[in-house]
Design a protein. Structure first.
Length: 123
């Protein structure tokens, strides 16, 4: 899944993306309607341009129709021939731009979790 991760962002743009993502998580996740969420997302967008500049790059990389998120479970675990985990993948908080790849990896992690007899979390 390494090809789905963000590798071509300049470090300062990557940091802006992290700031924006965390702002959305802190503020938007608590809102209950799309109108309020849109208002906050617009404010985050405008503040990021006013504070950091780079308007063209911000508009390009973080447009509304583009997915951008962070997760710490993107690297797959190392397994033996029988599928048993022999080394957990590093838990590095990193960006991803492909929502389908993120969903796939999340479901893999849930399957691993649910495979343990003591664990039951069917979603």
């Amino acid at each position: 899944m390494k090809t789905d991760r963000v590798r071509d962002f300049k470090p300062e743009l990557y940091t802006i993306g992290l700031w924006r993502y965390e702002c959305e998580r802190v503020f938007c996740d608590k809102l209950v309607n799309n109108k309020d969420k849109d208002t906050v997302i617009d404010a985050i967008h405008n503040i990021s341009i006013e504070s950091f500049g780079m308007e063209a790059e911000i508009n390009d990389k973080f447009a509304r129709d583009k997915f951008f998120a962070f997760a710490d479970f993107l690297t797959a675990d190392e397994r033996d021939d029988e599928g048993t985990i022999i080394q957990y993948g590093p838990r590095v908080y990193e960006a991803i731009t492909d929502i389908e790849a993120l969903k796939k990896r999340a479901y893999e992690c849930m399957e691993d979790f649910n495979a343990e007899p003591k664990n039951t979390k069917k979603l």
